[in-house]
Design a protein around this ligand. Structure first.
Ligand code: G3P
Ligand code: MG
Length: 337
């Protein structure tokens, strides 16, 4: 299952397998690493029976900061160097479509203040605005929130009566669902950024979500609501207001777009390893297991996150189940060596 050195059966083999690790519920619970995480990464760093370094990538529906910033934090949390070329988070895939929106006014949702505006500008968006910018322009848009001093420092002044948005990107999990839902409805319906008389000629606003997770595993014992829950809430409100839901594009695990993007972006690190020897280790059958199975990767479901084996079989059948990420790595090595 792997290439030996030239005619020498004892030479160190070249790895013919690689791993894609989910983060929340597999490597971390909240900001703390799971005990098995450091053990698993140590095995991949050469502490295995061949002394072989085995390549791995991180593939998360998390987000909210730049890839470089998240990798710096992950390196500190996990005790190994994580490079941004082995890391894909929910909104990284937007780098592949930003060329369509470079000079288009876009609304960026999620995270704190204007951190994500700076991430979006790092991707190439040149007219990125936040819902706080809009509230700062006209506080009567949502009378139930007064900008904090910190939020006021993050806004970009603009006259939104003259700005026609081309798209709304939900990069990460919104913090103020009510404010963001109100402004999304206003932008889509033309109450903000588009005069009413052009209602019929106005180009529809693209709506893009980057993470479909209804729930995810943080450090509270029960799973938390994720960006998918926000999408359900928004669509329910929009449907009540207009009679129908609003069409949207979905990125993030388990979408094929995200797994295809992962394969293209990371192939240099995976050194031509076949997809059938790429092991996705995840805690959420709906995202990690479903996506890996569709992509033709192997999938290992661990019991340290969203999935609870006491509640019956998983909604998507993994290649294997393991108690934690270290057991998962050990099992996969047994299959390939
Ligand atoms: O916001 C993060 C959450 O939705 C899931 O993250 O690492 O389990 O894909 P992860
Ligand atoms: Mg997870």
């Amino acid at each position: 299952r792997y290439l030996n050195g030239p005619g020498n059966s004892t030479a160190k083999p070249r790895s013919q397998l690689a791993f894609a690790f989910d983060i929340d519920g597999v490597l971390l619970r909240g900001k703390d690493p799971l005990p098995a995480a450091k053990e698993a990464l140590s095995i991949l760093d050469g502490n295995n029976k061949f002394g072989l370094k085995i390549p791995f990538i991180l593939l998360t529906n998390g987000g909210g900061v730049s890839e470089e910033e998240r990798c710096r934090k992950l390196s500190s949390q996990l005790g190994v160097q994580i490079h941004s070329d082995q890391f894909i988070q929910s909104h990284t895939v937007l780098k592949s479509i930003v060329h369509n929106y470079v000079d288009v006014p876009v609304l960026i949702l999620g995270g704190q203040g204007d951190t994500l505006r700076r991430v979006a500008e790092g991707y190439g968006f040149r007219k990125a605005y936040t819902t706080l910018d809009i509230l700062n322009w006209n506080p009567s848009i949502w009378p139930f929130h007064n900008l904090t001093q910190e939020e006021r420092a993050s806004v970009r002044p603009a006259d939104f009566s003259k700005i026609q948005f081309g798209a709304i990107f939900v990069f990460h999990d919104p913090r103020n669902w009510a404010l963001d839902t109100q402004i999304m409805c206003d932008v889509i319906q033309g109450s903000i950024g588009g005069s009413h008389e052009t209602n019929h000629t106005r180009k529809p606003v693209d709506l893009v979500f980057c993470n479909p997770d209804l729930i995810w595993q943080s450090d509270f014992e029960a799973p938390r609501m994720g960006q998918g829950a926000f999408r359900v809430a928004f669509q329910a409100v929009f449907q009540s207001l207009t009679g129908s839901t609003y069409p949207y594009i979905q990125f993030g695990k388990p979408t094929e777009a995200t797994y295809n993007f992962a394969e293209v972006m990371l192939k240099h690190r995976l050194q031509g390893i076949p997809k059938s020897s790429l092991y996705m280790v995840g805690d959420n059958p709906e995202s990690d297991i479903a996506g890996a199975n569709t992509a033709g990767w192997k999938s290992i479901l661990v019991h340290t996150g969203v999935y609870d084996p006491h509640r019956g079989p998983p909604s998507h059948q993994p290649t294997h189940q393991a108690g934690d990420v270290s057991e998962a790595v050990r099992w996969a090595l047994e299959q390939e060596f």
